[in-house]
Design a binder for this molecule. Structure first.
Ligand SMILES: Cc1ncc(COP(=O)(O)O)c(C=O)c1O
Length: 413
C-alpha cells in the first residue's frame, strides 16, 4: 500500500526523504543531518520568533515552560476546564495547583473576567488554550499578565496560524506551545514545540527538557563535548531537567509538515467554511463564535447544539447525521475537574492534597466551579474536518445539511 492511499495528503514523500536522511546517518550524536535544528528553525521562522524548541509532545512543552520560569509546588496556575486534560496535567507535573477559570459562552475560550476572579497571591502563570483553533482573548489576558506579573503560556496545541488582529496565536504570550499529536493540523505522530523570543526563557525550556545540560542554550548548544565527557571530573548538569527531547525521526516528519503549514491549515479552514454555510440559517446549531479581528484555524468545527430548540435530543441528532452519511461527531471532553482524578483526588501519594506544602492551599473542584463551562460542555458537537480532499468533506457537509433539514421538516409538520 503506498503512502497516498493510506492517508491521502497527510504526509508526502518529502517526509520519507527526510526520514531517510536521518536513518542513513544512523543516529550519530555528533554527526547527522541536524533534523531537529532544521525543524526548529523552520517553525520559528514561520511564526517570526527568535527561538523554537522541539520536544516530545505538547504536554511536555507546557511542563518545560512552567519549569523554565520556576513554577514550584504549591504555586497556582490558571487554566480553562474545557480542554484536553493535558493542560491541567502539565501544571500537576510541576507540583503546582491547577485553578480553573470559567469560559466564554460564545467562543468557548477561557474568560478574562473569570481569570481575574481566580488570581491569588499564589498565582504564577496563566495557560489560555486556543480551543478548537480559535485564539483566546490574548489582548485582555496580556493586560492581566502585566498588571499581576504573571507568565502566560499559550496552549496552541489546536491552533496553528490562528490570529488576533494580525498577530499569530502562540507569539503573544511569553511562550507558545504546540502539539504535533496525530489529530493536530501538523503531525509527526507525537511531538511538540515551544516558541518564544526571550533567550533566558528559551534556554530554560531547552534545559528543562534535556537533563539540564549546562551547554544547552535556546538555540541548541548540543551535548557535552566529547573531550569534556572523557574527563572523570566532567560537569554536566546545572539545572533540573527531564528527558523530553524530540527525536530526529519526529523532527523529520514535523519539518515536512511545517513546510506545508499553509496548505494543511488552509484545507481545514476551507472545510469549516463549508460547514458554516450549512448552519448559517439554523437556530439549533450555533457555531463557535469567531470575534471580529480573529482568525480561527479550525482544528475542528464545533457547534453548540440546542436540543430544546430542535426538539431532538443531542444523541438523536447525531444519529440523524450518521443516517445521512455523516462520519463522526465527537462530544467535547468532560471538564478536566470533573474527571475522577480531580473528583476522587487520585493524585500521586499525598500530592497535592495532604502534603505540608499544600496545607490550606488545596483547591476544591466541586461541581459549580465553572457554571458556564458546565452548561456548554454537554451541548457541544465537534464535527471532524480533517479530511484531505474537498470531495470527502462535501459528503459530510451534505450529511449535516440533510440532518438539519429533517429536523426542520419534522418541526413544520
Ligand atoms: C489543547 C491541548 N493541549 C495539550 C494537548 C496535549 O498535546 P500532546 O498530546 O502532544 O501532549 C492537546 C492534545 O493532544 C490539546 O488538545
Amino acid at each position: 500500500m503506498d503512502i497516498k492511499s493510506r492517508h491521502p495528503g497527510r504526509v508526502t514523500e518529502k517526509a520519507m526523504s527526510y526520514l531517510k536522511e536521518v536513518v542513513d546517518y544512523g543516529f550519530g550524536q555528533s554527526k547527522g543531518p541536524g533534523m531537529r535544528d532544521r525543524f526548529e528553525q523552520a517553525f520559528a521562522k514561520r511564526f517570526g520568533t527568535e527561538f523554537g524548541i522541539g520536544l516530545c509532545n505538547g504536554t511536555a512543552t507546557m511542563h518545560c515552560c512552567l519549569g523554565a520560569v520556576g513554577v514550584k509546588p504549591g504555586d497556582e496556575v490558571i487554566v480553562p476546564p474545557l480542554t484536553a486534560a493535558a493542560t491541567a496535567f502539565a501544571v500537576l507535573h510541576q507540583g503546582a495547583i491547577p485553578v480553573f477559570a470559567d469560559i466564554d459562552p460564545d467562543t468557548f475560550n477561557i474568560c478574562p473576567k473569570s481569570i481575574r476572579e481566580r488570581i491569588t497571591p499564589l498565582t504564577k502563570a496563566i495557560i489560555p488554550v486556543h480551543l478548537y483553533g480559535l485564539p483566546a482573548d490574548m489582548e485582555e489576558i496580556m493586560k492581566i499578565s502585566r498588571e499581576h506579573n504573571l507568565i502566560v503560556i499559550e496552549d496552541s496545541a489546536e491552533c496553528f496560524l490562528g490570529e488576533i488582529n494580525g498577530k499569530l496565536a502562540g507569539t503573544i504570550g511569553h511562550f507558545g506551545s504546540f502539539s504535533f499529536q496525530s489529530s493536530k493540523h501538523l503531525t509527526c505522530g507525537d511531538g511538540g514545540i515551544v516558541i518564544c523570543n526571550d533567550p533566558t526563557l528559551a534556554t530554560g525550556v531547552r534545559k528543562f527538557g534535556c537533563f539540564g545540560y549546562h551547554t544547552l542554550t535556546g538555540k541548541g548548544g548540543g551535548v557535552i563535548p566529547k573531550k569534556q565527557r572523557c574527563d572523570p571530573g566532567a560537569v554536566r548538569h546545572d539545572f533540573m531537567g527531564w528527558n523530553y527531547r524530540m527525536s530526529a525521526l519526529q523532527a523529520a516528519v514535523a519539518l515536512e509538515q511545517t513546510e506545508r503549514i499553509d496548505e494543511l491549515v488552509g484545507l481545514r479552514i476551507q472545510i469549516a467554511e463549508m460547514f458554516l454555510e450549512v448552519v448559517k440559517d439554523c437556530n439549533f446549531l450555533i457555531p463557535q463564535k469567531t470575534p471580529p479581528g480573529y482568525k480561527n484555524s479550525y482544528w475542528t468545527f464545533v457547534c453548540k447544539y440546542e436540543a430544546e430548540v430542535a426538539s431532538v435530543s443531542w444523541k438523536d441528532f447525531r444519529q440523524k447525521f450518521y443516517d445521512n452519511g455523516g462520519d463522526l461527531v465527537y462530544a467535547a471532553w468532560r471538564l478536566s475537574y470533573n474527571e475522577p482524578i480531580f473528583q476522587e483526588r487520585r493524585f500521586l501519594g499525598d500530592f497535592p492534597v495532604d502534603s505540608e506544602i499544600y496545607k490550606g492551599k488545596y483547591k476544591d473542584y466541586s461541581p459549580g466551579l465553572c457554571p458556564v463551562a458546565e452548561k456548554i460542555q454537554p451541548k457541544l458537537m465537534q464535527f471532524k474536518n480533517n479530511y484531505y480532499n474537498l470531495e470527502e468533506a462535501r459528503v459530510q457537509v451534505e450529511a449535516l445539511r440533510k440532518a438539519i433539514e429533517s429536523v426542520k421538516a419534522a418541526k413544520s409538520r
